[in-house]
Design a protein around this ligand. Sequence first.
Ligand code: AR6
Length: 179
Amino acid sequence: MSAPSDVTVTLVRGDITRQSVDAVVNAANSSLLGGGGVDGAIHRRGGPAILAACRELRASRYGKGLRPGQAVATTAGKLDARWVVHTVGPVWSRNEDRSALLESCYRESLRVAAELGARTVAFPAISTGVYGWPMDDGARIAVRTVLAEAAPPVEEVRFVLFDADAYGEFEEALAAARP
Ligand code: AR6
């Protein structure tokens, strides 16, 4: 699979809440009301405006919560970004192949970001923390889906990886996807 020629995929090691981009993707949970990991960090640094917007979404369109694979945008509050796109990754299962849901997280987040007019989008490694997805497989799915789906107005997709292991797995996945 080849990337649309005008989309750049970059890898950065660091904290996604420190990125200066149009859209920051959050690895949220169905409640949309915050949690640990990336979710906790985004709400902490972004401030209460994000939680207020999430509460409004729960009261209006997502009374039953956001389902795994779905994505929805809010303000980015005090982050150096215009929007946070919240998506809910699948919990890893040894017995059931849930990779279509993980693909859907990346695809739907890109769709929501593009609809808003985002040109730069930062992703964490969705589901690879609390939700237990193996990093090598999570990286392959992330890279494959983004290369296939990212399209204008999105110009740059930046994977922001927290540690050296995650960075290495994404580097390998990217090299394998476009030799
Ligand atoms: N910047 C970039 N990556 C990070 C950061 C950060 N600030 N913090 C953690 N990571 P996780 P999930 C990495 O657990 O697996 C929350 O409680 C982390 O090392 O944030 O999708 C939600 O509310 C890992 O590789 O998300 C849900 O309940 C990756 O980001 C649940 O966790 C994702 O880890 C979602 O679990």
